[in-house]
Write a protein that binds this ligand. Structure first.
Ligand code: 8DG
Length: 131
């Protein structure tokens, strides 16, 4: 079986603030925090999927920047790929999530990240510190 690619957006604003989103479903993941995103549809590029998911889930337009790392492991058969993004227009609203939070420096670990997302947050922290 081929690998399912999930894309996720690390939306950064004001230089250092990162948007975290709390999952509403499924039950096993509900309440956990993630970077907005979802599965790539057939025929769609990964950046196109990112833009679509941010539009659907948050009601915003994002500009896709640099990729963060390579393939981040998820459960078997799934892989997560992550990009830094900036807001091109709109204010994020939780259309499919339970809640959204902007996390500034010193707050990056104030939410309960999903297991796959914790090392991504650490990598993003290092990237933003280096800026
Ligand atoms: N979007 C997203 N998914 C993540 C992250 N971390 C993580 O483990 N996942 C997992 C949760 C889900 O099992 C899977 C993504 O599925 P999803 O439910 O977001 O995908 P989707 O929007 O296309 O949803 P659906 O159409 O299949 O309902 O990846 C993350 O940071 N962002």
């Amino acid at each position: 079986m081929s690998m399912v690619v999930v894309v996720a957006a690390v939306i950064v604003a004001e230089g250092r603030r990162v948007l975290a989103a709390q999952r509403a479903a499924p039950a096993a993941l509900a309440g956990g925090w993630e970077f907005p995103g979802g599965k790539v549809d057939p025929g769609e590029s990964e950046p196109e999927a990112l833009v679509r998911e941010c539009r659907e889930e948050l009601g915003v337009e994002v500009a896709v920047g640099a990729q963060v790392g390579g393939d981040w492991p998820l459960s078997q058969g799934y892989v997560l790929r992550v990009w830094l993004c900036s807001l091109a227009s709109g204010v994020p609203e939780a259309r499919e999530h339970l809640a959204l939070r902007w996390l500034g420096p010193g707050e990056y670990y104030d939410v309960e990240w999903l297991g796959a997302d914790l090392p991504i947050m650490k990598t993003v922290e290092n990237l933003l510190e280096g800026d």
